[in-house]
Write a protein that binds this ligand. Sequence first.
Ligand code: FAD
Length: 463
Amino acid sequence: MTTTSAAADAAAVVRALRPRFADRLLTPDDTGFPAARQVWNAAVTRQPSVIARCADAADVRAAVRVAADAGMPLSVRAGGHDWAGRALRDGGLVVDLTGLREVTVDPVRRTATVQGGALATDLIAATAPHGLVTATGVVGSVGLAGLTTVGGYGPLIGRYGLALDNLLGAEVVLADGTTATAGPDDDAELWWALRGGGGNFGVVTKLRYRLHDLPSVLAGMLLFRYPEAGAVLRGYAEIVAGAPDDLTVMTGFLPGPDGRPLVFLCPFWSGTDAAAGERAVARLRSLGHPVVDQVGAMPYAAALRMFDASVVDGNHYLLRSRWLTDLSPDVADALVAGAGAVTSPYSALIVNRFHGAAARVDPGATAFAQRVPHQVVEVIAAWPPGESPDPHRAWADSVAAALDPVALPGGYPNLLGPDDDERARESYAGNLGRLLAAKRRYDPGNVFASAAPALVDVPRQPI
Ligand SMILES: Cc1cc2nc3c(=O)[nH]c(=O)nc-3n(C[C@H](O)[C@H](O)[C@H](O)COP(=O)(O)OP(=O)(O)OC[C@H]3O[C@@H](n4cnc5c(N)ncnc54)[C@H](O)[C@@H]3O)c2cc1C
């Protein structure tokens, strides 16, 4: 597409949408455009042509229809936390859902319905007064739809499964601008595909979640000095191998106050037996000499703020991620060496555990296929704007490469990037054929090409 025709397309899209959106339609000439374009990862430089701030599902339908008719690249933006910036496409139209964050809770039926732009923090703030929760990711500012439709690893995974295992139904605006209802008694194929296939089939305008009684969790950070890292990681591997569903522990390395990495353990005990939780935490504590110990009983909403300081908006980020069956001593050594070679005081290594309820779901029951217990390793390179990405990319690549010999095929598509399309498709194993068929059925023109995973090869856009 030439620049002239792209500009002409944008003008036609603006003309078609202006009467409905008025000043909620932003173009690069508008003063509000740069702020509306900003996503969590400031390394993302893509420049969309139009941002359509949707106020309801009818706006979403109109935006999808107009962009598809004009052949304009389309992307969907909610929490803006996809590190690879898939919420933006060069010269594209952004279906902006940041104004659609309403949450309705039914405490009797124990369900919550959220709009397509809602964040984890919105949902948990609404359910907390009822002592109810659902499975979310670990950071409150992440969008629920993007997280849930691809998987949704989180602190309650052992007890309640992935976020997508807690979904009861969804409303989706399809590529032709019509609305479909996905659920066990509605469009069953869309319902299957949506639980793992992400935003590939349409824009999710509503999600309904199952809720659970959980007034508080025993959770918090235990931080140890770097020289204790090997012992802490080996001990962690032993403890989690025999851990009950109620105990999910994250581990990894976070930057310390002097810029040197500290190894962390972050337990989440969601069981009713408080004494058993305290015993599990005591075992974790005894793996070294914690320099910070913040573990205590807290509402789940407070637990979702623990990582806020480490996920600063405005830095430049690049992720590499691998699935591993376990944290063997060799893997522990590789992570310790990787943390020791870190190139930036902002970078981190995070290990998330997949186990318990999530691992008891039949791999064919949802598009998300990897149901054996495993660990997800995130190698997060972060640096301030203005610095060259090269040393940080080289660091992340070398840490990930050291894990390759023992990595499982595939990886969590929400954390994989533009160079990992093949790896993302491998994640679906025996479900891939059915997922590709669903893509052909619901989005034959690949209108939702920027979703994770990339199911159809398209020319890559630089971040
Ligand atoms: C700091 C941080 C913490 C994270 N923690 C976790 C975690 O604990 N567990 C976990 O599983 N993942 C986690 N992730 C990954 C996260 O789930 C994905 O990046 C997710 O896509 C972010 O959604 P978003 O709405 O914030 O992002 P956006 O950048 O706004 O959206 C990303 C993409 O998701 C799709 N999407 C979003 N909303 C919709 C919708 N309503 N309809 C259709 N498609 C939609 C679109 O394809 C969109 O381009 C984390 C990411 C970050 C940066």
